[in-house]
Design a protein around this ligand. Structure first.
Ligand code: SAM
Length: 332
C-alpha cells in the first residue's frame, strides 16, 4: 500500500497521540482562567483502540509515534501502554512528551519500551519561575526525573516555551544545561492556542530575540539541517557543549512546508494541522462493528488529502487564537 500523502505533496509519517487531556500542571501557555470540562472517560479511546489505530497508520507508512497529552502519565496504565506499543511495533520510533512530575516511578517501563527519546517540558530552572509558569511548585521532582532519565541512558530533549517577562532573563541557566548535560535544549515560541488563550504580544518572545540572548551567553554554531532528528528546530552547537540549543519558530518562521504530522486527540479525533479546528471523528468508526481497518485507513487517507498549511491559518487570524482548543485538549 502506498504511503500517506497529502494534497500538497507532503508525506505523513508521524503521529502525535494524546492519551489523555488531563494534566496535573496548569501551565499558563496551555491553560487559561476560563472554565473547561475534561473529556468524559467513556469517550476516551481505550488503549486497545489506540493500538489498533497505530497499526492502521503503520500500514499507511507512519514510522514515528509520540505519546502526549495532557500529561501522559496522568492516565493510569500509560507506562504499560508504551510497553505494549513497543511489543506490537518493534521498529517504530516511539517517543513521549512529559512534564516529568510523575515519571520517575515509570523508568523501568520506559527502558523496557526502549523509548527513542523523552521530551521533558521544563520552562525554568528557577523554582519560583517554574511555579509561576506551571501553577505548581514541582521543579525538584522534574529535575529528579531529568537525572533519572539520563542515569538510565534514555535520550532527553528539554522543551521550554520562551516567555517574555517570565523566563527571558534565564537564558544562562538553559545554556548551562546544554553545556553540561547531554541534552538538546529547545525553545518554542509561545503560540496563541485556545479560544481563551492567555497569549499576548507582551509575553511573546520571538526566536530571533531568544537566539540573540543565547549568543550573549555563548558562541553558537548552526548545525546543518537534516543531519540529526531535530524536527522543526533550528539547532546550534556550543563550544564544549555536551548538548545543543534549538529554536522552534511556529510563528516567526513557520515550517509547514515540511510538516509530516497527524494528531489524534484522546477521544479519537484526527487533526491534520495543529492550527486547524477541523477534526475527523475516528472513534465511532473504531467502535463500529462493521467497519474494518481498511475502511478506517480510507478515512485517514481522505482526511490527509485536505491537510492545510497552518501558516495560512495563522496569517488569517493574526492577533487572535489560531485554534479553539488549547494544547491540553489537542496533544502538544
Ligand atoms: N504534559 C506534557 C508536557 O508537559 O510535556 C505533554 C503535553 S504539553 C501540552 C506539551 C507541550 O506543549 C508543552 O510543554 C509546551 O512545550 C507545548 N505547548 C503547550 N501550549 C503551548 C503554547 N501555547 N505555545 C507553545 N507551546 C505550547
Amino acid at each position: 500500500m502506498s504511503g500517506l500523502a497529502d494534497g500538497r505533496g507532503r508525506t505523513v509519517r508521524y503521529l502525535r497521540l494524546s492519551v489523555t487531556d488531563r494534566c496535573n500542571l496548569r501551565c499558563l501557555y496551555c491553560h487559561s482562567n476560563a472554565r473547561h470540562s475534561f473529556i468524559p472517560h467513556e469517550d476516551v479511546l481505550r488503549y486497545e483502540e489506540m493500538i489498533r489505530l497505530v497499526g492502521i497508520l503503520r500500514g499507511l507508512g507512519v514510522r514515528k509515534v509520540r505519546l502526549t497529552g495532557g500529561e501522559p502519565f496522568a492516565r493510569k496504565g500509560c507506562a504499560d501502554f508504551l510497553v505494549m506499543l513497543r511489543r506490537q511495533f518493534p521498529d517504530m520510533d516511539l517517543r513521549i512528551t512529559s512534564n516529568g512530575t510523575l515519571l520517575p516511578q515509570h523508568l523501568d517501563a520506559l527502558r523496557e519500551a526502549r523509548v527513542n527519546a523523552v521530551n521533558l517540558s521544563l520552562d525554568s530552572f528557577d523554582r519560583q519561575t517554574f511555579a509561576r509558569v506551571t501553577g505548581r511548585d514541582m521543579l525538584p521532582g522534574v529535575l529528579q526525573a531529568l537525572d533519572a532519565l539520563l542515569g538510565a541512558g534514555i535520550r532527553v530533549k528539554i522543551n521550554a516555551v520562551g516567555l517574555r517577562g517570565i523566563n527571558d532573563g534565564q537564558m544562562a541557566d538553559f545554556v548551562h544545561a546544554a553545556r553540561t548535560l547531554p541534552v538538546d535544549v529547545r525553545f518554542i515560541e509561545f503560540m496563541p492556542m485556545g479560544g481563551d488563550t492567555l497569549w499576548c504580544e507582551d509575553n511573546f518572545w520571538p526566536a530571533d530575540a531568544m537566539l540573540e540572548a543565547a549568543r550573549a551567553c555563548t558562541p553558537l554554531a548552526p548545525v546543518a539541517p537534516g543531519t540529526e532528528d531535530a524536527g522543526p528546530a533550528r539547532m546550534f552547537s556550543l563550544p564544549g557543549g555536551q548538548g545543543r540549543l534549538g529554536f522552534i519558530t511556529p510563528l516567526s518562521d513557520h515550517f509547514c512546508g515540511a510538516c509530516n504530522r497527524l494528531r489524534l486527540t484522546s477521544d479519537g479525533n484526527l487533526r491534520t494541522c495543529l492550527f486547524a479546528d477541523r477534526e475527523y471523528r475516528l472513534r465511532p468508526a473504531l467502535r463500529h462493528p462493521r467497519l474494518d481497518d481498511g475502511a478506517i485507513a480510507r478515512m485517514v487517507r481522505a482526511a490527509c488529502r485536505h491537510k492545510p498549511l497552518g501558516a495560512d491559518i495563522l496569517r488569517e487570524r493574526r492577533g487572535a487564537a489560531v485554534a479553539l482548543k488549547a494544547m491540553w485538549g489537542i496533544g502538544g
